[in-house]
Ligand binder design. Structure first.
Ligand code: GRF
Length: 199
């Protein structure tokens, strides 16, 4: 299965997926909207084709997303993976890849959509935090949940220590979700996630 990964920065989730060595998965390309994203360098070190598409060079969000979709299609993806891709996607883009586009968000959705999830979790005083892989729907950081991982929030935690604990779990569950998809076990059916048992 061909996978195209979109990112904007560090790329540690992309790296975790690449390192997982999922049988039958081929990362056809890693695309960034930021030419200086660290994740592009990491992808190249894995021998993965990379592409930077600068959103500032496009007049509108619609124009940029149309150009991005055209680039993605060149790689004939079975799956599009958002891994720290920090731009809001247009509805047209989301519909185009519906049922074959995943995202990871650093909270236990539906709690704490949006930014600064760890800071907000600490401020709210929640005792557990975590991360969610979900199919992408037009609502930001929302969409049918594929897999979640839970971590404790400790009394001495700050934003960074909690973020690190959550990130370690992201590196486990994102490759797992991709593996399920590549094995043909994960699908979106009438808006609901279905994970079939292994054969
Ligand atoms: C992750 O925490 C992910 O949940 C969020 O952005 C971060 C990306 O990190 N969407 P990285 O670029 O994969 O290291």
């Amino acid at each position: 299965k061909n996978i195209v990964i979109l990112l904007s920065g560090r790329g540690s989730n992309m790296e975790a997926i690449a390192r997982a060595g999922i049988p039958g998965a081929r990362i056809a390309a890693v695309i960034s909207n930021r030419p200086d994203a660290k994740g592009l360098e990491i992808a190249r070190s894995f021998g993965i084709e990379t592409l930077a598409l600068d959103h500032k060079a496009h007049a509108s969000r619609e124009a940029f997303d149309a150009a991005l979709a055209a680039e993605i299609e060149r790689f004939e993806p079975d799956l599009v993976v958002l891994a720290g891709y920090m731009r809001i996607l247009t509805d047209a883009f989301v519909r185009r890849f519906e049922g074959r586009m995943l995202n990871i968000h650093p909270s236990l959705l539906p709690s704490f959509t949006g930014l600064h999830t760890h800071r907000r979790a600490i401020e709210a005083g929640v005792k557990v935090a975590g991360t969610t892989v979900h199919f992408v729907t037009p609502e930001l950081d929302d969409g049918p949940i594929v897999i979640q991982a839970v971590v404790p929030v400790l009394p001495e935690d700050n934003e960074d220590s909690l973020a690190a604990r959550v990130l370690a779990q992201e590196h486990q569950i994102y490759p797992q979700a991709v593996r399920w998809f590549v094995e043909g076990r994960l699908s979106l059916e009438n808006g609901r996630v279905r994970v079939r048992d292994a054969q």
